[in-house]
Write a protein that binds this ligand. Structure first.
Ligand code: PLP
Length: 421
């Protein structure tokens, strides 16, 4: 797929080179049946399935390269350390970060945001200073900031969302004040699929000397991300949403910020020296990695990133875009369906309500037909309030899904309507 970049292929040519059946063969779980029906996995925004190479990397790590890292002089420890640090360099290349020391391994997006919320506010925010978030954030980009309201007396302002599910940029601009110290925004909404104009959002914040954290949990699996090109100050994502293991994620931060904010947790690894009189913290990135890191998970995450790079981020974006367009068209053709999120720039997330059917009933019925979708508020209750609903049904697509699976899903929605309406 690298050819696409070398020869500037059209979308059709990129699609021609993409073979979904070959890709599906890499994911053993996709061959499973549930209730005697082929599994149709449309819950990819919650977590993605794992290709064989990722699972094998974990197995290989524990069977062959397992020793605690960084402090060992022995062979195995050095091999494990090298694996972990090579994984960090791979993430650096994947995000095009300037330096590997700007890549911090965390447990996931949630922990990465909590780290910044705690350490950045401690270093740079005084009572009444403000953070700007948006109405389409996942709870993990709301609650950590709210916790700082109680702890440090900061304020949180909220960018409104338009009827089509896009951010209101005029509203965003109006929220800035002398007290604004940080903007924290999702790159892609996990409910609406909206791809936010983060480059523009960052440009507007930087014009006022305000840094920006981007929650990339729903972006990294679907599109190429270049943190230098975006000029993001912090960028975070989770391994498990990008075909890697659970329990590992990434915080990218510009060195100038990471150097100036205090450690999040204390313990081993994050120190240079400890005495009861005085403790000195380690250099980046170790200052933020207290305790034994998930050195097997990091190598498996790197394997996952390599896997999707081999498929090609452009091919993934084009193919998933086709799936979304097909599913949207077929769903709308049923009539009496509300789709939440009609932004011009969308990733493969389809949130909807069909007629008067409760999302849970729809989810349960689809499940019996082998179709896994998510129902409820999707950890975005403030957004549900804006949308005026308690929850939605969400189908979210990956490059390993097919049009035929969408047909099964649509037939299921139709069936639910004949049974439940
Ligand atoms: N941010 C967004 C946009 C998400 O979709 C999610 C998970 O659904 C998260 C953050 C939280 O990710 P995690 O639970 O992996 O920390």
């Amino acid at each position: 797929m690298y050819l696409a970049f070398v020869y500037r292929l059209t979308s059709e040519e990129v699609l021609d080179m993409f073979d979904v059946e070959t890709v599906r063969a890499d994911f053993p779980i996709l061959g499973h049946t549930v209730y005697d029906r082929p599994l149709v996995y449309f819950d990819n925004a919650a977590t993605t399935q794992k290709p064989r190479v990722v699972v094998e990397k974990i197995e290989h790590g524990y069977y062959n390269v397992n020793a605690n890292i960084h402090r060992g002089v022995h062979f195995l420890s050095q091999a494990a350390t090298e694996g972990h640090e090579e994984a960090r360099r791979r993430v650096q290349r994947f995000l095009n970060a300037r330096s590997a020391s700007e890549i911090i391994f965390t447990r996931g997006t949630t922990e990465a945001i909590n780290l910044v919320a705690s350490s950045f506010t401690e270093a740079f925010m005084r009572p009444d200073d403000e953070v700007i978030v948006t109405a389409m954030e996942h709870h993990s980009n709301i609650v950590p900031w709210q916790m700082q309201i109680g702890r440090r007396g900061i304020g949180v302002k909220v960018v409104p969302v338009t009827g089509s599910g896009e951010l209101c940029l005029e509203g965003y601009e109006r929220l800035f004040s002398r007290r604004t110290k940080l903007v924290s925004v999702t790159h892609v909404s996990n409910v609406l699929g909206t791809v936010n104009p983060v480059r523009e959002i960052i440009r507007m914040a930087h014009a006022r000397n305000v840094p920006v954290l981007v929650d990339g949990a729903q972006a990294v699996p679907h599109m190429g991300v270049d943190v230098q090109e975006l000029d993001a100050d912090f960028y975070v994502f989770s391994g498990h949403k990008v075909y890697g293991p659970t329990g590992i994620g990434v915080l990218y931060g510009k060195e100038k910020w990471l150097d100036r904010i205090p450690p999040y947790q204390g313990g081993g690894e994050m120190i240079a020296s400890v005495s009861f009189e005085e403790t000195f913290f380690n250099e980046l990135p170790f200052k933020f990695e207290a305790g034994t890191p998930d050195y097997i998970g990091s190598t498996a995450l790197a394997e996952a990133l390599g896997y999707i790079e081999r498929i090609g981020m452009e091919a993934i974006a084009v193919y998933e875009g086709e799936l979304l367009a097909y599913a949207t068209e077929r769903l709308l053709a049923l009539g009496d369906v509300r789709i939440f999120g009609q932004a011009a720039q969308k990733s493969g997330v389809l949130s909807f309500l069909a007629g008067r059917i409760h999302p849970y009933d729809m989810g349960l019925l689809l499940d019996r037909l082998g179709v896994a979708v998510r129902t409820g508020h999707h950890c975005a209750q403030p957004l549900m309030k804006v949308l005026g609903v308690e929850g939605t049904v969400r189908a979210s697509f990956s490059f390993y899904n097919t049009r035929e699976e969408i047909d099964v899903f649509i037939a299921g929605v139709e069936r639910a309507r004949t049974m439940l309406e």
